[in-house]
Design a protein around this ligand. Structure first.
Ligand code: PRP
Ligand code: URA
Length: 211
């Protein structure tokens, strides 16, 4: 795995919640709740290097200098459908973020991504975009979404996924070396159907109960 580059956010709370999500008998209600909670925890790490600036404020006790986020504004871009499962967790942590949507589904026969929707904030070039999708399998969907966002003007993008296959990370590293990748786990491999092993199955179906 030395040839792939991704930050694994391996906080014990995240790993515990992810294990429950992986279990095949975990119901959709719990799966959705845990995904939202993990998204909040991962946002903490994804935003760790965001720059701060000092401003003058007045507390009830005294005037002082205090830190606030500086720099670019944030946009969150879920890759439909399953990316929606991470959205509320990120926006809970960054309430001022604008939200864009990119619709991609993976053709089950070819495993190639098919784009069907794109709606982004107008000022996408001025924002740091956090692209969210629980699963990074072949990497095709995320790579296509990143290419699309760059064509629309995005310059500063972070990719945040829950579970990744080494193959998917490699594709993002090669096609989008400027995009940092954050994941909660790097699994073993892909199976013949392009599912992550051991993974957690079809994330979209488990979030929305469409199994
Ligand atoms: C899943 C997942 C990713 C993609 C990953 O979406 O949410 O978008 O597959 O696979 P890849 O890395 O091989 O492209 P899916 O196509 O099942 O659509 P959905 O989100 O609508 O369920
Ligand atoms: N998409 C999913 O939802 N799960 C996988 O394991 C691979 C792609």
């Amino acid at each position: 795995m030395s040839d792939i580059k991704a930050t694994v956010v391996d906080h014990p709370l995240i790993q515990h919640k992810l294990t429950i999500m992986r279990k095949k008998d975990t119901p959709s209600k719990d799966f959705r709740q845990l995904l939202e909670e993990i998204a909040m925890l991962m946002t903490y790490e994804v935003t760790r290097d965001f720059p701060l600036e000092e401003i003058d404020i007045e507390t009830p006790v005294a005037k002082c200098k205090a830190k606030v986020l500086a720099g670019k504004k944030v946009g969150v871009v879920p890759i439909l459908r399953a990316g929606l499962g991470l959205l509320s967790g990120v926006v809970n942590m960054i309430p001022s973020a604008r939200v864009g949507h990119v619709g991609m589904y993976r053709d089950p026969a070819t495993l190639k991504p098919v784009e069907y929707y794109c709606k982004l904030p107008g000022d996408v070039a001025e924002r740091t975009l956090i692209v969210v999708d629980p699963m990074l399998a072949t990497g095709g969907s995320a790579a296509a979404a990143l290419t699309l966002l760059k064509e629309k003007g995005a310059k500063n993008i972070i990719l945040m996924c829950l579970v990744a296959a080494p193959e998917g990370i490699k594709v993002i590293n090669e096609e989008h070396p400027d995009v940092p990748v954050y994941v909660a786990a790097i699994d073993e491999c892909l199976n013949e159907k392009g599912y992550i092993v051991p993974g957690l199955g079809d994330a979209g179906d488990r979030i929305f109960g469409t199994l």
